[in-house]
Design a protein around this ligand. Structure first.
Ligand code: ZN
Length: 87
């Protein structure tokens, strides 16, 4: 065996690692965990339920596929369903 150098994605929650820096830069620009993408993964309305189903608390159907660039996207770090509060 031999050791390789890799670059890990900087967005928390994402476990992706790639061998090239350029490759990772490209990945980070499209990563679902990048809040700029407005994707389900970082949305406060998103919930991964116990039975491993996806649930959107805005009622958007995401069972087949999580959404990207959603216009209901909310990311404010502290949320009691629907209402942001300051931490
Ligand atoms: Zn990533």
């Amino acid at each position: 065996m031999y050791e390789i150098k890799a670059y890990a994605c900087g967005y928390s929650g994402c476990k992706k690692a790639l061998r090239t820096k350029q490759g990772m830069k490209l990945h980070e620009s499209k990563c679902f965990y990048n809040p700029d993408k407005k994707a389900c993964a970082t949305c406060d309305y998103y919930e991964n339920t116990n039975d491993n189903k996806r649930k959107c608390h805005h009622g958007i159907d995401i069972n087949d596929k999580p959404k990207n660039g959603c216009n209901k996207y909310t990311h404010c770090h502290g949320l009691i369903w629907g209402n942001c509060y300051v931490m």
